[in-house]
Write a protein that binds this ligand. Structure first.
Ligand code: SF4
Length: 177
């Protein structure tokens, strides 16, 4: 049986969801019997592959860069999973929505800078006015809530997805995600 190609993606999140994936420990190694991780912050691939079976996306969409990425990911992934409350509902990154990007940039790069106060116009992608969950931009197939979802939740969800078993998300959230 050929292995499923799995990608994990980090948009505007704290990386806590990825830490929770790593918390599966030896169960992650066991899963590699069924999956290849073809793109992720924990592997070296630089470009999103043309064909991915399962994409797990952490974080909300907060910048033009995030929006471009999530549209590309959707176009090249069979199944897209919103992992964690930032991807599912905006969560922490969306706390800036009532303030607006200009005030945030001013605070970070002018008021809090000890030297060379200036708002970057290159390298740092332009912020969207409002941070939104990923389903506001693309179709999401599976929502895994939690901040972060627990390692047990990830293990149960991934096992179900790779074996084709039904995925009971309300039951997953009872793991204390
Ligand atoms: Fe971090 Fe929680 Fe957002 Fe995951 S859902 S990226 S753990 S803040």
């Amino acid at each position: 049986m050929s292995k499923l190609k799995v990608a994990t993606v980090w948009l505007d999140g704290c990386s806590g969801c990825h830490m929770s994936i790593l918390d599966m420990d030896e169960r992650l190694i066991a899963l590699t019997e069924f999956i290849d991780i073809v793109y992720s912050p924990i592997v070296d691939t630089k470009e999103y592959p043309d064909e991915v079976d399962i994409a797990l996306v952490e974080g909300a969409v907060a910048s033009v860069d995030d929006e471009k990425k999530i549209r590309k990911i959707r176009a090249h992934s069979k199944l897209l999973v919103a992992m964690g409350d930032c991807a599912v509902a905006g969560n922490v990154p969306s706390m800036r929505n009532s303030i607006g990007p200009e005030a945030i940039l001013e605070r970070a790069y002018i008021e809090n800078a000890d030297c060379q106060q200036q708002i970057p116009c290159i390298v740092v992608p332009r912020l969207l006015r409002v941070v939104k969950p990923i389903n506001e931009f693309v179709k999401v197939d599976v929502f895994l809530p939690g901040c972060p979802p627990s390692a047990d939740t990830f293990h149960t969800a991934l096992t179900a997805l790779v074996t084709g078993e039904p995925l009971d998300v309300p039951a997953l959230t009872r793991f204390g995600a």
